[in-house]
Design a protein around this ligand. Structure first.
Ligand code: DC
Length: 224
């Protein structure tokens, strides 16, 4: 672990524990945390705000990011500012949740964000968390992790996160359905589908606490 710019990728489906685990690791190691889902969520949010397709055009997207978007990588997470306003709850809205898989399947958007994320490589040690970090964005990563968990368990985790904020009949069923649809869209899309990267260390988090998962990953890092 003496090498400069150590990169750890953590991929996996929705609610597999990626974000929690990635954040504990980046804070323990003082690495910057790249939450790639936030970037896809931000583009989705902007898309919904503008209600038109101008963000599908690569030049428009580039210009827009250069002029109006600021990204801040910290060990605690990835902050995205639009015209100096931190996008936070906006990225977690029901509308974004429902649209993000569709937007993240668009080739131009993926190509742009992949290139954009690679520009962080030389700056610092990174924990990069998402769906295609190990196989597409950082294939040269020093350690690749793939987290997984049973569908019902992931739905329960998600349900617990939102039950305080949203109260609808059949919420659990809705969440489970949303997870199934998202898994299918993320795994079956043509470009950069969610797959286990070659050489990745796979951890089933169904019956593990985040701390137990973190310990397994730290053990791997110590072996490097
Ligand atoms: O990790 P998350 O739930 O914040 O990600 C939101 C969506 O963004 C996810 O459903 C698929 C997309 N995404 C992606 O396509 N590629 C990534 N590297 C990260 C997220």
């Amino acid at each position: 672990m003496n090498k400069k710019n150590f990169i750890i990728t953590i991929d996996g489906p929705a609610s597999s524990g990626k974000t929690t685990v990635a954040r504990i690791i980046s804070q323990k190691l003082n690495f910057l945390l790249l939450e790639s889902g936030n970037l896809y969520r931000a583009v989705t949010y902007l898309w919904l705000e503008f209600q038109n397709k101008f963000l599908e055009n690569l030049d428009n997207l580039k210009k827009f990011f250069e002029q109006e978007i600021k990204i801040e990588l910290l060990p605690s997470g990835t902050n995205i500012y639009w015209k100096d306003k931190l996008l936070k709850d906006e990225l977690r809205s029901k509308e974004v949740e429902e649209k993000v898989s569709e937007i993240s399947a668009i080739k131009e958007i993926r190509n742009f964000l992949t290139e954009f994320m690679r520009s962080f490589i030389n700056r610092n040690n990174l924990v990069a968390e998402g769906r295609d970090m190990g196989n597409v964005v950082f294939p040269e990563a020093d350690l690749k992790i793939f987290l997984t968990a049973r569908e019902e368990i992931r739905a329960k985790r998600r349900y617990k996160q939102i039950i305080g904020k949203e109260k609808r009949k059949n919420l659990y069923k809705e969440v489970l359905e949303n997870i199934k649809v998202r898994d299918r869209l993320d795994s079956e899309r043509e470009i950069a589908p969610l797959i286990i990267p070659e050489g990745a260390y796979v951890i089933d988090t169904s019956y593990l606490t985040p701390e137990e998962v973190v310990e397994k990953i730290l053990q791997k890092i110590r072996q490097r």
